[in-house]
Design a protein around this ligand. Structure first.
Ligand code: PXL
Length: 271
């Protein structure tokens, strides 16, 4: 069995964070583990406002020992880290266990809360984790933070940002472009230092996108673990997220996730 892990927050609503990651790992047929960095909850009595409860450093280290030393993994991803010690622990374990397939989802903002996380923490993440990443998967906002380019509003600017982020150490960069103003197709840009590949699919017009970034980076992690090359992994993840978003649904009036098991929903029962 191929083993992978996520190092991420738990989303009590089940649509994002490590819950999205584990569901995605399952769909790719790999064995998923999770080291929890924090627990995010949403308040139904206050417009779904977010609360974050970080786990302490020993609790995270102890989980990383279980996962990396006790079991071993082929690939790992990180999601919402939420503290300087979590950034440092990810650096330590990815380095010490020589994890080549490390996927960095640089979660800097939680959709729905709208609050950018701490900017010094984002700097620590960039400095410590970009040089270890086989691939980093920013959205436009995160690409602006990581590259220093303001107001990314075109594919050309996405490509400039990708070059800068690549120069900071990530071996590949995948910038998610569907929120570009006026987009009519969902175009993402992949850059591995040699050339740009635009990966595009149908633009799914939906509000139910909760956990999309988590799902996409988890899909890349699982595909790499199964032996895909990086371009194969991102193309597979793009198909996976498109099918998931096409089949998204509301959890309540505030939020809705994609559906990571949608791609196999043609199961039929015969009596
Ligand atoms: O989608 C970003 C995200 C990542 N991780 C956790 C979250 C969220 C957004 O809600 O709760 C744990």
């Amino acid at each position: 069995m191929i083993k992978v892990t996520t190092i991420a927050g738990s989303d009590a609503s089940g649509g994002a964070g490590l819950e999205a990651d584990l569901k995605t790992f399952e769909e790719y047929g790999v064995y998923g583990m999770a080291a929890v960095t924090l627990v995010a909850t949403m308040n139904p009595d206050n417009e779904w406002s977010h609360n974050v409860f970080p786990l302490d450093e020993m609790a995270l280290r102890s989980q990383l020992e279980t996962v990396f030393k006790g079991v071993g993994v082929n690939s790992a991803k990180s999601g919402m880290l939420g503290s300087f010690f979590a950034v440092e622990l990810v650096r330590e374990y990815i380095t010490n266990y020589n994890i080549k397939n490390y996927v960095l989802d640089p979660v800097m903002v939680c959709k729905g809360s709208g609050e950018p996380l701490h900017s010094e923490l984002n700097d620590a993440l960039a400095k410590n984790l970009l040089p270890l990443a086989a691939i980093v998967t920013p959205n436009i906002f995160e690409a602006e933070q990581l590259s220093g380019i303001k107001n990314i509003d075109s594919i050309k600017k996405i490509e400039e940002a990708a070059r800068i982020i690549h120069s900071k150490g990530a071996r590949s960069v995948f910038i998610k472009g569907p929120r570009l103003p006026g987009a009519s197709r969902a175009v993402d840009v992949f850059f591995d230092g040699s050339g740009f590949i635009q990966i595009e699919d149908e633009l799914i017009k939906t509000s139910w996108t909760h956990g999309a970034g988590c799902t996409l980076s988890a899909a890349i992690t699982a595909a790499l673990a199964r032996g895909a090359t990086m371009p194969e992994a991102v193309k597979s993840a793009k198909k996976f997220i498109t099918s998931s978003l096409k089949n998204g649904f509301a959890l309540n009036k505030w939020v809705g996730p994609g559906n990571p098991c949608a791609w196999r929903s043609n199961i039929v029962f015969n009596s």
